[in-house]
Design a protein around this ligand. Structure first.
Ligand code: NCD
Length: 325
């Protein structure tokens, strides 16, 4: 791939996009160059989102289908807005209103959609691996918008983009991810990506929320105590407890959990001056994050949301490569 000039952002939009894969399924294996190219494009796209007329002709005539088999607010709206702001025709499809609820298999649903010749299918599914299954069978590009507890690459990319905007080069920085690591596709994708970008990732969680072998399989360490790390973190990423994925409770009480693992004003005050607090949303106020912190000066939760739209516009651009005009 040709190197992209970080000094001339427009160069990214003119440059060779061949370094980008056809599908975006995982953060594992993304190159630093591909990520930097994406960030340069996302910075440009964010400016478009702040304009009065928030539309580019780049993906005019292209078709994107967003296929969501699991609930979503920000990811789904973000992908829809991103596609529309790039000028594409965007169709949203959710499992509850579809033939999936009549017993159609994922393979048949996918083949049906593919026969309509879309350019990109964005898929969220409760089963880990579903986006790979589709990518092998469809002729269009596939983006993983979250597959079970496995991966959520666009969330990690928007997180890393937000991090780099706030704390600069991630090489050598310490990112602490706190909470329900066991059920978090956000954590898994972030661990892969942050490792590629040179950051150190420490997962903080009760023992019951770290799967056996997790830190052997992924480039991260586990620590049971948030207070031990708070003064040395460059960023803290709080996670929601995903009760919908639990067969049994993994801790005694919300109050107990908040006291040991919650981000409260006392802990936030002990962070280094430059450190930021992140959350992929949806937040559970008063459980993993205190309302005063969620709305406080260190929280960048809404920046993450704004950056998410810009980053997904940039992904559409890099995967589909524009209209050729
Ligand atoms: C996350 C998800 O769905 O994995 N949310 C998101 O996409 N912004 C995390 C969560 O649901 O807690």
């Amino acid at each position: 791939m040709k190197p992209v000039s970080l000094i001339d952002p427009k160069a990214a939009l003119r440059s060779d996009r061949s370094g980008w894969p056809r599908h975006l399924l995982s953060c594992d294996g993304l190159s630093i160059e591909a990520v930097e190219q994406l960030f340069v494009a996302a910075r440009e796209m964010r400016l478009v989102g702040r304009r009065r007329v928030k539309k580019l002709p780049t993906l005019r005539g292209r078709t994107i289908i967003n296929v969501f088999f699991e609930n979503s607010t920000r990811t789904r709206v973000s992908f829809e807005l991103a596609g529309k702001r790039m000028g594409a025709d965007v169709i949203n499809f959710s499992a509850s209103g579809s033939s999936a609820s009549k017993g159609e298999t994922l393979g048949d649903t996918a083949r049906t959609l593919d026969a309509m010749n879309p350019d990109l299918i964005v898929v969220r599914h409760g089963a880990g691996g579903a986006p790979w299954f589709l990518a092998e069978r469809l002729s269009c590009s596939v983006v993983n918008a979250g597959d079970g507890i496995n991966e959520h690459p666009t969330q990690a990319l928007l997180d890393a983009f937000t991090l780099s905007e706030h704390i600069g080069d991630l090489n050598g920085k310490r990112v602490v991810i706190v909470g329900d690591i066991a059920h978090s596709r956000v954590a898994r994708s972030n661990i892969h990506l942050l490792n590629t970008l040179g950051a150190e990732v420490i997962c903080v969680a009760p023992r019951t929320m770290i799967p056996a072998g997790f830190t052997d399989a992924l480039p991260a360490t586990w620590h049971p105590c948030l207070d031990d790390l708070i003064e040395t973190a460059d960023a803290v990423m709080m996670l929601r407890i995903q009760r919908e994925r639990m067969k049994q409770s993994l801790f005694p009480q919300d109050r107990e959990y908040s006291i040991r693992f919650g981000m409260n004003p006392e802990r936030a005050a002990r962070l280094p001056e430059h450190a930021i607090i992140m959350h992929p949303g949806p937040i559970n106020r008063g459980v993993e994050i205190d309302p005063a912190v969620a709305d406080g000066r260190r929280a960048v939760i809404l920046d993450q949301v704004e950056n998410g739209v810009a980053l997904r516009m940039a992904i559409g651009f890099l995967l589909l490569g524009g209209s050729g005009e």
